[in-house]
Design a protein. Sequence first.
Length: 602
Amino acid sequence: MLGGEGERSAFSSTKEAADERRKSPAVDGDDQSAASRYPEHGVGADRYYIPATVAKQSPETANPCSFIPYTPNGTVYTPSSAGRYPSSLHLGSVLPPAGFSPSTAGRSHFSPAYQLGQSTGCIYPPYTGSGSALGSMALPSTGPGLRAQVYLCNRPLWLKFHRHQTEMIITKQGRRMFPFLSFNIAGLNLTTHYNVFVEVVLADPNHWRFQGGKWVTCGKADNSSQGNKVYIHPESPNTGAHWMRQEISFSKLKLTNNKGTSHSTSQMIVLQSLHKYQPRLHIVEVTEDGVEDMNNDLKTQSFTFPETQFIAVTAYQNTDITQLKIDHNPFAKGFRDNYDSMYTATENDRLTPSPTDSPRAHQIVPGARYTMQPLFQDQFVNNLPQNRFYNSERAVPQTNSLLSPQIEDGASQRWFVASMQQGGNSTSTSNKLDLTPYDGEYSSSLLPYGIKSLSMQTSHALSYYPDSAFTTMSAGWGSRGPYQRKANSSLPWSPRPSPSAGFPEGSEKVKSQIEEEVNGSGGMISSWTETQQSALSLDKADSYSTACKRRRLSVNGPSTEDSPADIKCEDLDTAVTNGGSYSKEASLSKSLAAYYSFYTNP
DNA sequence: ACGCTCGCATCAGGTGGGAAACGG
DNA sequence: CCGTTTCCCACCTGATGCGAGCGT
């Protein structure tokens, strides 16, 4: 396995108390400003994020809401002194004043706050924080200090890539990530405003190279890299209700190696080739205009999903990764060997989405049938009239979430992470990902926000997405669907039900099952989330997969191993959905009803 | 006449492959 | 020399504009 494989998916989140006043990073602004705000260079270059770290926490201590806690079994390097944005924000002294967000550009300047932690000089400062981590995972509620919970929507897909050590192409003009980051957030104050942004930090202090079919370290990382390391979601700032309404997709985030780029800097994150990076999600409470509240130090929450770690490259090294990209990225359909034959087949027999299929549908595993086009048509790019949405800049439609893959995936799993302080000191670099699935019924609990419930609906109404896994996988393309278009952006939010509802009694059981499965498969966890539908057509999927892989074989081993794992996963999923007390059909109907009720209420 | 839906064509942009260029 | 980076290519997706057809 590659270095990152098998990494424990312990997610680490951090809520770092800021000792200093800070403002949110500017969305707009030029690179320089952005970079300066979150400089990675300059300071001690030695700040890296060490994955697999988190304060240990047992599910029991986790939030009562039954969201299955993203059990942090991993370890996260925790600097003695932590800052809010330890890694990239360490440069404090170097930060020049900059506008905070596009909407607030020039209005607020980067304050020293983000620089916290910088002074520590510790090499791996990213996770700092004090206080209880999961223990603070409270049910969504109103009031300050509540902890947010974050789901990595397309986690199954990320896991697939992670197994082979994810690689992300970086180009001068910028290249989108694939899979891209897509989250669902819960636990925010409905009316409070937040800035949501992604920061990409060095995952380790090494320079990597692909040798002998494997990624091996090769000297030390170049810490002097400059450039923007933060991508602020274009809809920032916005209310908690807004962020929780739908998936928060970062599909338009671009990675570049062009430090001098001056255009579209707000959409570009500057990285260095052959370095390993770890994306981090930050949620910062701000005033309505995007300025961080200077009177509260506990308004920043950070989340890290180790499975999203990747090595930046200018050309793909591992053929397995290349094949995965081709298989799942709709823009790469042209590289699928048997594309023609595949699409001449009947719709039901198709192994991969048709060109017209929803983009979202593409972040799924091959072998599944999905033709949600009408519903998910604009998931990838927002093509709806902007004024119909809460925010014109929304990358992903609100309703998307409803239809989002997560739904389906919901049946099989939900990856949830509660914000927690990175106080954990675990030093273990275990690479084993912690697979904590959400129970199949979680969706109903989330219904109020439509997002999750919609997912269920999708799976229900659309036979194309038989299994939940798909929905999750497809989430990567952003989620937006026709239903969202009809949704009134100004709809009042019904009280969010306790997340606990999302986890059926059997959730623990399911979780243990999954973990067992994962362990038993030697880390082949990538596709366990695939839906049972795909399992039904597994043979077809395998055929497709095999065909696609004929073209190239990785030195270190073909991905054919996926098949067994997939089967197991699917079987597991089936067991969960069928064997358990969970009735997908009933649940879907219920969710659907709830969904409509929610959106039609005045 | 007006509004709506649908299909088609066009365009911009994203994708990996492969060859050439670059640099240590 | 070798590894890395850059550029161009063909292919595909999604957004947009336009006109035809239909119903009110």
